[in-house]
Design a protein around this ligand. Structure first.
Ligand code: FPP
Length: 230
C-alpha cells in the first residue's frame, strides 16, 4: 500500500517546446495536471501526495519565468479551492515559503486555512524547497533551542518541515531524468523510485496507474533481509 506519493514534476518546458508553445504555457499545463493526478491518487487510496513545484535553485531561472511560476501558484491556490473542498483535499506547503512574493503567500495561506479540516488527501506543495535547506533549517532550529541532549534520528525528524507526514513510499519523476534534484533528501531514504519519460503535463490517471503497478511488484526490505509487506 502506498500512503505517501512524492512527485518531481519535470518536463513542462520540453512539453511546450514540442508543441511550439512558450515555456509559460508548459508550466500552465503542468499546473492544470496537478488536480487530476491528486484526484486519481485519492481514488487509489493514497493519503499524502507531495509535489515539487519550485526549488531553492529555481530562483536562478530567468525573472519572467519565475514571475510566471509565482503567478500560477497564486492562481492554483485560488482556482483549486472549490475542488479541494469538494474532494476533501487539504493543502499544505513545505519550503522557505517566506521567500515567495506576498500575493502568492497570501493566496496559499487562505487556501491552507480553509482546507485545514479536510483529511481525505493531504496535498503538500514544495515551494522554495531544497532538501539540503530543509536539513540546514532543522539544524539551525536545534541550535536556536540551545539543546544539549544528543539528537536521535527520530528527534531530528521532528525538526523537519512536515514531521507529522510519513516518509514517501514512492517517488515518481516525470521527464526522464534519473536524479533527486535536492528533493526530500531525508524523507526519501527508503522510497521506491519510478522514472517515466512522459512529460508532466501529459501525466494522468493512466500514467499513475502504471507507476502504482510497478510499485506493487516490488519487494521493500528497508535495508534488512526480510521483505516487508507493502
Ligand atoms: C519542471 O519543468 C517543472 C518545474 C520547474 C516546476 C513545476 C511547476 C508546475 C507544475 C507549475 C506550477 C505549480 C503549481 C503548484 C501551480 P521544466 O521547466 O524544468 O521542464 P524542462 O526540463 O522540460 O525544461
Amino acid at each position: 500500500m502506498i500512503q505517501h506519493l512524492a512527485i518531481i514534476m519535470d518536463g513542462n518546458g520540453r512539453w511546450a517546446e514540442q508543441r511550439g508553445l512558450s515555456r509559460s504555457e508548459g508550466h500552465r499545463a503542468g499546473a492544470r495536471a496537478i488536480s487530476g493526478v491528486a484526484r486519481a491518487a485519492l481514488k487509489a487510496g493514497i493519503r499524502y501526495m507531495t509535489v515539487y513545484a519550485f526549488s531553492t535553485e529555481n530562483w536562478k531561472r530567468p525573472k519572467a519565468e519565475v514571475t510566471t511560476l509565482m503567478g500560477l501558484i497564486s492562481e492554483f491556490a485560488v482556482s483549486e479551492l472549490p475542488n479541494m473542498m469538494k474532494d476533501g483535499v487539504r493543502l499544505r506547503t513545505i519550503g522557505r515559503t517566506n521567500d515567495l512574493p506576498f500575493a502568492a503567500r497570501t493566496a496559499l495561506l487562505r487556501t491552507i486555512d480553509l482546507t485545514a479540516k479536510n483529511d481525505k488527501l493531504i496535498l503538500t506543495v514544495a515551494l522554495s524547497y531544497g532538501g539540503r535547506a530543509e536539513i540546514v533549517d532543522a539544524v539551525n532550529r536545534i541550535i536556536a533551542e540551545k539543546r544539549t541532549a544528543p539528537v536521535t534520528e527520530q528527534d531530528f525528524t521532528s525538526y523537519l518541515y512536515a514531521p507529522d507526514i510519513p516518509d514517501p513510499d514512492l517517488l515518481i519523476r516525470t521527464g526522464g531524468e534519473k536524479r533527486l534534484s535536492n528533493f526530500l533528501l531525508w524523507e526519501l531514504s527508503y522510497a521506491e523510485l519510478y522514472v517515466t519519460d512522459t512529460y508532466w503535463p501529459d501525466f494522468d490517471e493512466k500514467e499513475l496507474q502504471k507507476a502504482l503497478a510497478s510499485f506493487g511488484g516490488r519487494k521493500r526490505r528497508f535495508g534488512g533481509l526480510n521483505e516487508q509487506n507493502q
